[in-house]
Design a protein around this ligand. Structure first.
Ligand code: CP
Length: 328
């Protein structure tokens, strides 16, 4: 694996290998000393042109726990505000010694451009691009599903998600999380049902490897193993004039995970959300804070999964040559 740009680039074996490595990383994170020497002497640049809490911090934590140096770049407060291009920004960071670039950008395709333009010559990880892809979110979601639902004996290593049913609910139109999850969950053998109002179903979604349903109660009545609620992305709706649903109250009534809907889920079913949440809109506080919610656990799993991704991309790459940077 040279880059991680899309969940669709991962076949079953590659995805299972990453999830298995994440399991190993998670074991190290419960030790008294959590830091591994694996990426000592390497530098990971977090290049964030769009806001983030979970993804940015967990990539930073993941890199540091593998002993890499981390440079955090946020577009706000940088020379991007003076008109500097993505190419010039990236080349500046590579000149400072980046060994890998983690990029979040509002433009779909920006990570692909960075990886394949020839501007830089290091692994690129997509940390979310526009409405397109968020592959590490899909990996941490699959990891969470697998840990809860795919292992009767408590050891999920080597397992895929064959036979599990996941319902993904809400603003599919603007969701890179939904696209990435459809790709990865189905690669791993799960059945995915997308539920959304017709206005929030992307053109072409019927050709994706997922069922499309407009009635949330009908979808939940089928007894899914996991329900993944999507954030209503109001910041991406305002530029197109809004009008995707009549009112927040109406959206919550028809597509929100209310306490009543939560109570009708099978006993083993888990409730997921990538965060940040709009409490009271796509998910009630009762559902978000319930014992079956994995929302906080997903954040913790994100660190182990991102350690695994950085490990797969960098640990096999040529080591730095200075004595100071000698590999562990
Ligand atoms: N899930 C997710 O990508 O969250 P952030 O926007 O906070 O990184």
């Amino acid at each position: 694996m040279r880059h991680l740009l899309s969940a669709a680039d991962l076949d079953r074996d590659a995805a299972v290998a990453l999830l298995d490595t994440a399991e190993e990383m998670a074991v190290t994170q419960s030790r008294e000393i959590r830091k591994l020497p694996t990426l000592r002497g390497r530098t990971v640049v977090n290049l964030f042109f769009e806001d983030s809490t979970r993804t940015r911090i967990s990539f930073e934590a993941a890199a540091k726990r593998l002993s890499a140096d981390v440079i955090n770049f946020a577009a706000k407060g940088s020379s991007v505000s003076k008109g500097e291009s993505l190419k010039d920004t990236a080349q500046t960071l590579q000149a400072m010694g980046a060994d890998a670039v983690v990029i979040r950008h509002s433009a779909s395709g920006a990570p692909h451009r960075l990886a394949h333009s020839g501007w830089i010559d290091v692994p690129v990880v997509n940390a979310g691009d526009g409405t397109h892809q968020h592959p590490t979110q899909a990996l941490l979601d699959a990891y969470t599903v697998r840990r809860h639902l795919a292992a009767d004996d408590g050891d999920s290593r080597g397992r895929d998600l064959t036979g599990l049913r996941v319902v993904v609910v809400g603003d599919v139109l603007h969701s890179r999380v939904a696209r990435s999850n459809v790709d990865l969950l189905t690669t791993l053998g799960a059945q995915v049902t997308l539920v959304a109002p017709p206005t929030l179903v992307p053109v072409g979604a019927h050709a994706w490897p997922a069922e499309v349903e407009y009635d949330l109660d009908a979808a939940l009545a089928t007894g899914p193993d996991a329900v993944m609620m999507l954030r209503v992305q109001r910041e991406r709706m305002s530029s197109s004039g809004g009008g995707f649903f009549p009112s927040p109250q109406e959206y919550h009534r028809r597509y929100g995970l209310t306490g009543a809907r939560l109570a009708r889920l099978p006993e083993h079913a888990i409730v997921m959300h990538p965060g940040p949440m709009n409490r009271g809109l796509e998910i009630s506080a009762e559902a978000a804070d319930s014992p079956r919610s994995t929302i906080v656990e997903q954040v913790a799993n994100g660190v182990s999964v991102r350690m695994a991704v950085l490990y797969h991309l960098l640990a096999g790459a040529p080591a730095p040559t200075t004595t100071q940077g000698a590999p562990a």
